[in-house]
Design a protein around this ligand. Structure first.
Ligand SMILES: C=C(OP(=O)(O)O)C(=O)O
Ligand SMILES: [Mg+2]
Length: 395
């Protein structure tokens, strides 16, 4: 009933117009489909993707035959087979894009075959809460040229009574920001994740969003807080953090981040320092970790060894979780479990290059992540947000 009978791999389109990998796994009574997303500001230690067409062709010949007949309910064995077949520490042989699509499709096939929603299959009785949406409304960095230096200016509806209300509150902030930019003659196009990408300074972006939050909070009676993803590895040149309008040393960067937390009441900072600097991360967490989530994305790359180092050094109090950074659902689960056992929050995240695959909405709910970071608007973003709304009805 849950035995794999057929696997299909194909190349499909992603939101940036690039090729990516989609997998389908069939049992005799259900099937699961999943697609690999892709990053622009990727961490050095992420699992490695291979060019999709080449990876798909190779996997059809050399990998797929060995997976037929496996039980989709035995996710750990399925993922171990992917690792064994790959034989490298970073999936550079079969490609992390092929691995993650197959791994997630396996879980979805098992859930469908058992007639269960994915979040229920993975989370069981204790999947009792949906995460709040964390979405970017203004952005620049590697996701939009000629805009802000900080990659993402995020909002989270901390006062929302649930994910559904939160999704609409974030959209209202996005719309209010548009109106304000229009009035100021600064309206721009959008970056890769649907955030506005105006030619404004980082401080202007904070001010605009601060005002938009106040307006929407007054209208909706919902408290909304701001966050940022600095994606600081993109700014670091080996000696300094190079912003469009400033250069900062490591020490200056920590002080700047701490100042922003207090000036803008930030609830969340992702990658405030570059991906090797556990020590400066720890300094910042020591200073503001009691009032702000300091989250590692490129720092941890959903990798248990790096998260372990983070817990030993006190580098952060939050871990960003991106299944394609590590390549399998089992590894993703292990990363979340390790983080949570060590008192860290977890945030499930999209990538800047996405498809309409909505699996991460289920994973975030099943595994008790505090936020789902997946943009605010755009077809590939609302696919996840609308799935979250549906999940909340079933919880
Ligand atoms: C989603 C992000 O961007 P990318 O997918 O480009 O790494 C991020 O940095 O958190
Ligand atoms: Mg990031």
């Amino acid at each position: 009933m849950t035995t794999i009978e057929q696997i299909i791999l194909r190349t499909i389109l992603d939101s940036r117009g690039n090729e990516t990998v989609e997998a389908e796994i069939y049992t005799d009574c259900g099937f699961g489909r999943a697609a690999a997303p892709s990053g622009a500001s990727t961490g050095t230690y992420e699992a490695k993707v291979r060019p999709p067409r080449e990876a798909v062709e190779d996997a059809r010949k050399n990998l797929i035959p060995s997976l037929i007949g496996e039980d989709t309910r035995d996710q750990i064995t399925f993922d171990a087979l992917l690792r064994e077949n790959d034989g490298t520490p970073d999936f550079s042989s079969i490609g992390a894009n092929v691995a993650v699509a197959l791994s997630l499709a396996c879980a979805k096939a098992a859930a469908a075959s058992l007639d269960l929603e994915l979040f229920r299959y993975l989370g069981g009785t204790f999947a009792a809460d949906t995460p709040l949406p964390l979405g970017n409304v203004i952005g620049g960095g590697a996701h939009a040229p000629n805009a802000t230096s900080i990659q993402e200016f995020l909002v989270v509806p901390t006062g929302a009574c649930g994910a559904t209300e939160g999704v609409f509150v974030n959209a209202a902030v996005h719309k209010t920001v548009k109106k304000m930019l229009q009035e100021q003659g600064k309206l721009s196009g959008k970056g890769d994740e649907g955030a506005w990408a105006p030619a404004v300074s980082d401080i202007e972006a904070f001010e605009i969003i601060g005002e938009a939050i106040d307006t929407v909070s007054d209208e909706t009676n919902v408290e909304i807080r701001m966050g940022i993803d600095v994606a600081a590895s993109e700014l670091w040149n080996g000696e300094q953090y190079r912003y469009k309008d400033a250069k900062r040393s490591r020490e200056d960067q920590v002080a700047y981040m701490a100042d922003l937390v207090d000036r803008y009441n930030l609830i969340y900072i992702e990658d405030p320092l570059f991906e090797e600097d556990f020590e400066a991360f720890a300094d910042l967490t020591e200073q503001v970790g009691d009032r702000c989530l300091i989250c590692g994305d490129d720092l941890f790359v959903t990798n248990v060894e790096r998260i372990m180092k983070g817990t030993e050094t006190g580098a952060a109090n939050c871990v960003l979780i991106k299944p394609n950074q590590i390549g399998t659902l089992t590894d993703t689960f292990e990363a979340i479990r390790l983080a949570q056992e060590n008192g860290m929050e977890t945030v499930m995240s999209h990538r800047s290059g996405e498809t309409t695959d909505a699996t991460i909405a289920h994973l975030a709910t099943a595994f008790g992540c505090i936020f789902l970071k997946t943009g605010v608007v755009g077809g590939e973003r609302i696919a996840k947000l609308n799935e979250l709304i549906r999940i909340e009805e079933l919880i």
